[in-house]
Design a protein around this ligand. Structure first.
Ligand code: FAD
Length: 417
């Protein structure tokens, strides 16, 4: 076993890289080890459906921290190391290749994995032209099929599906998006925004089919998908299929160790699980949110980073609760979408600016208070909106819609609560 002055981080993703370095910045002097199952140092996933997929940036540009940072900060990185079990009494973990690693504090930063299609056809798991998108490995496997002239069918009209569609169109790929729900981005935004993004994609040549569920595939003799079957007898010829239907948090390791799970590994505002020597951060964890008034699990870089910093502070004895209002971004074509807050339950949506000019905000209110905001290519106003949503200001919708009234004038407005 390791000395009690040691931190073992399981998973080498965005949260892990940030936390390891934040510990050193906070003068943590014990051993720090990151054990991750991928063959890479911690890297950023957002470019996997954006500039890395398009080929504009290379592997090197994905690093969360420059590779030399780990050596310089005396952080031990163990790639290709899958942790398979935790022994909370001995304070050790076991790896898939039979090693035992000790810990003083254990940090679970295991992220999540793509939700798989559940069609009762085993061939989908072998098809060489069916892809998911979570890792560098996934993108590398997809590359040679992601070329001009190919016909791509995307299953799922969420962020990842639409970002991939945008990159694919720029590359001259023929794109169809299948969405089972009545509109794209249904789970995360209002009809106004869905309609806007559907229009942008349609204008770029993407065929968007809503209310259209995947029903199956046709394969050639080699097991390759030739046709996507959907809706009521629809047959869509396909050279390549990309599935983006959501994420499953990697909680099994924690669950098997008897830690509390609640839509993610349940942690408090400092990242502590139900075992005080084990923390969890990032996509795999669910935390109490004062903003939402309930426990939530987020899948976003800002929350992974902030949770990592909060957990790193805790381990040097500083209490910095993670209590941010959730926010997120998505890049499609030339458009920068930024979203703050969770708009579930809104009763009024106000548009400020012009969807036709591809430059506007959608502001969501509930009982007269500002609940959430989506910004399309208005980064300055978004910064202001973030503060206003954080304060849940009470505001007249007409004022929000009036572009002659600067949004920042509302910063003086008293919070609703
Ligand atoms: P991850 O980055 O997933 O890292 C977890 C790591 O742990 C993985 O490498 C995993 O393989 C490893 N692991 C799991 N189990 C074990 C084990 N037992 N042993 C060892 N290792 C293990 N967020 C945004 O805010 N904006 C965006 O625009 C955006 N775009 C995205 C686009 C794509 C294509 C994807 C996939 C994600 C995107 N996200 C975006 C989400 C963002 O990338 C995640 O929120 C972030 O990566 C979470 O970091 P994490 O460290 O919690 O998990």
């Amino acid at each position: 076993a390791a000395s009690s002055e040691s931190v073992l981080i399981v998973g080498a993703g965005h949260a892990a890289g940030e936390m390891a370095v934040a510990l050193r910045v906070n003068q943590y002097v014990g051993d720090i080890t990151i054990a991750g199952d991928e063959p890479h140092l911690p890297y950023q996933r957002p470019p996997l459906s954006k500039a890395f997929l398009s080929g504009e940036i290379s592997h090197e540009r994905l690093h969360v921290k420059a590779p030399a940072t780990y050596d310089n900060a005396n952080i031990r990185c163990l790639p290709n190391t899958r942790v398979t079990a935790i022994d909370r009494v001995a304070k050790t973990v076991t790896t898939a290749d039979g090693r035992t690693l000790g810990y003083g504090k254990l940090v679970l930063a295991t992220g999540g994995r793509p939700r798989l299609l559940t069609l009762p056809d085993e061939r989908i798991h072998q098809a060489p032209n069916l892809h998911y998108l979570r890792t560098i490995g996934h993108v590398d496997a997809l590359r040679e099929q992601f070329v001009a002239g190919n016909r791509l069918v995307i299953i799922g009209g969420g962020y990842i599906g639409l970002e991939v569609a945008a990159v694919a169109r720029k590359k001259g790929i023929d794109v169809t998006v299948l969405e089972a729900m009545p509109r794209v981005l249904q789970r995360v935004t209002a009809p106004e925004l869905s309609e806007f993004y559907a229009r942008v994609h349609t204008e770029a040549g993407v065929k968007i089919l809503v209310n259209t569920a995947l029903t199956g595939f046709e394969f050639d003799a080699a097991g390759k998908i030739t046709t996507v079957l959907a809706g009521d007898g629809l047959k869509i010829p396909a050279d390549v299929v990309i599935v983006g239907i959501g994420l499953i948090p990697n909680v099994e390791l924690a669950e098997a160790a008897g830690l509390a799970i609640d839509n993610g590994i349940a942690v408090d505002e400092y990242g502590r699980t139900s075992d005080p020597d084990i923390l969890a951060i990032g996509d795999c964890s669910s935390h109490p949110s004062a903003y939402a008034g309930r426990r939530i699990r987020l899948e976003s870089v800002p929350s992974a980073l902030e949770q990592a910093r909060s957990a790193a502070a805790l381990l040097v004895g500083q209490l910095k609760p993670y209590n941010a209002v959730p926010w997120f971004w998505s890049d499609q074509y030339d458009l920068k979408l930024q979203m703050v807050g969770l708009n579930q339950g809104y009763d009024t949506v106000v548009l400020r600016g012009s969807p036709a000019a591809r430059n506007f905000l959608a502001l969501y209110l509930k009982d007269g208070a500002l609940l959430a905001a989506d910004s399309v290519s208005r980064p300055q106003e978004f910064m202001v909106a973030k503060k206003l949503v954080g304060d849940r200001i009470k505001v007249d919708p007409a004022v929000l819609a009036d572009e002659t009234k600067p949004l920042k004038d509302l910063l003086a407005t008293a919070p609703a609560a």
